[in-house]
Design a protein around this ligand. Structure first.
Ligand code: HEC
Length: 114
């Protein structure tokens, strides 16, 4: 009887650790965790990088130069050049400008602002 109990608890421990392992694998392999980078939307990029100065598509530093209606949105190419070499108090944003998927998403979002 005593012997049996010991075997049983050893077996239980084994089962338990296997369960923990499987759960860990499930957590690590969650599909969402891998697509997070690709899922950056124009809106999330804008909110993370631009909205502090361009609240609601305006411009809190130089109100004469809002994002909405800007000639810098004439084409994606113009937009990219501007992000690489902006004017005035705006800082360059090469991380987005040089990542075409992000650039396109942010460009579309800026164009959609009204
Ligand atoms: C630190 C504040 C700040 C941040 C952050 C910022 N901007 Fe600007 N932005 C400015 C300022 C100031 C100007 C006006 C520059 C000037 O006076 O010539 C400007 C101008 C612009 C213009 C051109 C307006 C025009 O017609 O001349 C666009 C387009 C623009 N920003 C887009 C963005 C985008 C997109 C982001 C995010 C990637 C961003 N900005 C982040 C401050 C900022």
């Amino acid at each position: 009887m005593k012997h049996n109990l010991r075997v049983n608890s050893a077996l239980m421990l084994k089962t338990l650790s296997m369960t923990v392992l499987i759960l860990l694998c499930l957590v690590v392999a969650r599909p969402g965790s891998q697509t997070a980078r690709a899922a950056a939307t124009g809106e999330s990029l804008f909110n993370a990088n631009c909205v502090v100065c361009h609240k609601a598509g305006g411009n809190i530093i130089n109100p004469k130069k809002p994002v909405i209606g800007s000639t810098m949105l004439a084409s994606k190419k113009t937009f990219k050049s501007y992000l690489l070499k902006p004017s005035g108090a705006m800082q360059p944003c090469p991380k987005i400008a040089n990542e075409d998927a992000d650039l396109a998403a942010l460009y579309d979002y800026c164009k959609s602002l009204k």
